[in-house]
Design a protein around this ligand. Structure first.
Ligand code: SF4
Length: 361
């Protein structure tokens, strides 16, 4: 039986991860599953430990300022998850008496919790018979059943959820079966270009892809989506104390709600000098053609769907400019506590390290 083989294997092969405590803490499971979305385990471990030290339970997270949460999310990216987790904690305190709900339908009401995360928490923390399907699970199931299907097509996803549900409902310990399935996909039944390590797989005797020699063909390669470009010019403006002017991004879209140097973005090409000068004037500064032509840093940041090109340029602050009232200035020591994307952190760090600054680094 598949679930028995998985559970027996998991007992001896599971990685020792900080959220795999006995018994499982549902709040810790929520934090871990949120962090693990789109992020590798090795990057999650130190961030998770820091986060749980600072927010050991759902009440401490719900009552914290969002900037503290962003500060502890540093290095994980996709900051929208941090905002959702914070909002989910508030909802749990308000609507569920500060207890993470155990039913999938209740879990799905929490901001940022989708079908996968709800299934993971319900099964792993509460041992409910709820299925989970992510990329790892889908790959294992496709190979196990010898299904040469388009992995991202809706019928394939529907099929995967059906099979995962059958597996969970037949399992003695649905949480262990689910977690074993995820672990197998992450450590043994590896995606291309790596090869699956079938010789040490607990499902080898039942696996159709292995029996038919199709492990390299299943799953089919994904179709690549088009990658667009974005051009960003980030501006260094210092006040008389040597602090940098920063701004907050809009609450929606890429890097939502995070802070950055004032940055002019353009989809087609680099913004023209006159457009940039107007942008800087509004913020109380001036930009010379020489500074425009000599950025202190240029780099490219790759996201899943975008190639983001950066230039960081130095501008002069106009003396005694009244428009600066109400703006936010930061010293280098403030940076740690702010939610900043890794790309913008690179720009801000370069600004602080810039030769000739008014303070030492
Ligand atoms: S036998 Fe190989 S292909 Fe089949 S599930 Fe195990 S690791 Fe994956």
């Amino acid at each position: 039986m598949i679930s028995r083989a998985l559970e027996a294997w998991f007992k001896v092969a599971a990685r020792d991860l900080p959220w795999r405590t006995t018994p499982r803490d549902p709040y810790h499971a929520l934090v871990a599953e949120t962090m693990l979305q789109q992020t590798q385990v090795s990057r999650v471990i130190p961030a998770y430990n820091r986060f749980i030290d600072r927010f050991p339970d759902v009440r401490s997270l719900a009552s914290a300022p969002i900037d503290d949460v962003f500060g502890l999310w540093s290095g994980l990216g996709y900051y929208r998850r941090a905002r959702n987790l914070h909002a989910a904690a508030s909802m749990i305190v308000r609507d569920f008496s500060a207890r993470v709900p155990s039913a999938v339908n209740d879990l799905l009401k929490l901001p940022g919790v989708g079908r996968y995360t709800a299934g993971a928490i319900a099964s792993i923390a509460f041992n409910q018979s709820a299925p989970i399907v992510d990329g790892n699970v889908k790959r294992v199931l496709l190979r196990l059943h010898g299904k040469d299907l388009e992995p991202d097509a809706k019928p394939t996803t529907d099929w995967s959820w059906t099979v995962a549900a059958q597996l969970a409902s037949a399992a003695r310990n649905p949480g262990v079966t689910n977690e074993a399935l995820m672990e197998l996909g992450a450590t043994v039944c590896l995606p291309p270009p790596a090869s699956p390590a079938c010789e040490r797989c607990p499902l080898k005797d039942s696996c159709k892809a292995f029996a038919l020699g199709l492990t390299a063909q299943i799953p089919r390669p994904k179709k690549r989506s088009a990658v667009s470009e974005l051009f960003c010019v980030s501006i260094i403006l210092r006040d008389k104390h040597g602090r940098l002017l920063i701004e907050q991004r809009p609450r929606t879209g890429m890097w939502a709600g995070l802070v950055q140097l004032p940055t002019l973005e353009s989809n087609d090409d680099w913004p023209a000098l006159d457009r940039l000068q107007t942008f800087i004037q509004i913020r109380g500064g001036t930009l010379s053609p020489t500074d425009f032509a000599s950025p202190i840093l240029e780099f490219t940041h790759q996201t899943t769907h975008r190639t983001v090109r950066f230039k960081v340029v130095h501008a002069q602050l106009a003396p005694c400019n009244r428009k600066l009232v109400g703006r936010t200035w930061i010293a280098q020591a403030d940076l740690k506590a702010l939610g900043v994307s890794s790309a913008h952190k690179r720009a801000i760090t370069a600004a602080f390290q810039m030769q000739g600054g008014l303070f030492s680094v």
